[in-house]
Design a protein around this ligand. Sequence first.
Ligand SMILES: NC(=O)c1ccc[n+]([C@@H]2O[C@H](COP(=O)([O-])OP(=O)(O)OC[C@H]3O[C@@H](n4cnc5c(N)ncnc54)[C@H](OP(=O)(O)O)[C@@H]3O)[C@@H](O)[C@H]2O)c1
Length: 235
Amino acid sequence: MGNVLITGANRGIGLELVKQCLSRGDSVWASCRDIRKAEELYSVGDSFGNLSIFPLDVCDQQSVENAFSQMKSNGIKIDLLFNNAGVIDWNDFNSVTAESFGSVYQVNVTGAFLVIKYAKEILRTCEATKSRIINLSSRLGSIKLRGNTQLGGAIAYQCSKAALNMLTRQTAIDLSDQSISVISMSPGWVKTDMGGPDAKYEPNESVRLILHTLDNLKGDETGVFIGEDGIEIPW
Ligand SMILES: NC(=O)c1ccc[n+]([C@@H]2O[C@H](COP(=O)([O-])OP(=O)(O)OC[C@H]3O[C@@H](n4cnc5c(N)ncnc54)[C@H](OP(=O)(O)O)[C@@H]3O)[C@@H](O)[C@H]2O)c1
């Protein structure tokens, strides 16, 4: 049991992370960019006393700074942070626009960076209880796996997740002296608004695997890229 913070928690994988973390006894801080779109999240809160919901747009630096400085002044310490908020543009090389490319990067890369930058202040930093940042990445961000196929696809998303993986590697180094580990994790292909109806996993299956994998890590893993099954994914 611990204190867990999740971004993009109003639907999809984020919402399921909230449910399963609460069910196992964690205290959860669930953020979403528009709390008017968080009806289901609020209804989850009706059954659990240990859920705090707050607005956080990962693209809005002021919003990120305010949210974390308020938590800091309330003395809150987080053990596990899911950098889950993400967007996709399915357009390929020929059809993607520069504007959309930038928007995807703003959420998936710069947004994740801003969350880490300000959340660092409230992550528990002692050797005995190392805190963890989980960046929700994707196998579509693996340069090696992409190199083995002729598929084109969601170019902005793929590039953004490869960049997110570098953010994982670099911040794992930058935060190592503060006992914070940083991991890129793919949730698998999941039936959400993003993953679509043909995906492999229901959200509850993916999240069960994610939490099981995290529970079974040795503890010193940082700067790694793993799947929901715990198996390392090539960068
Ligand atoms: N589903 C899959 O198959 C799959 C596979 C690999 C990786 N992933 C990754 O897993 C994560 C969750 O995916 P999902 O399938 O649950 O996606 P989803 O159903 O589309 O949900 C995305 C979540 O991110 C939030 N979000 C988007 N922009 C935001 C912003 N600027 N600030 C704060 N929140 C923002 C959304 O909020 P709004 O409701 O306000 O839009 C929503 O809560 C993503 O990082 C995704 O790339 C998913």
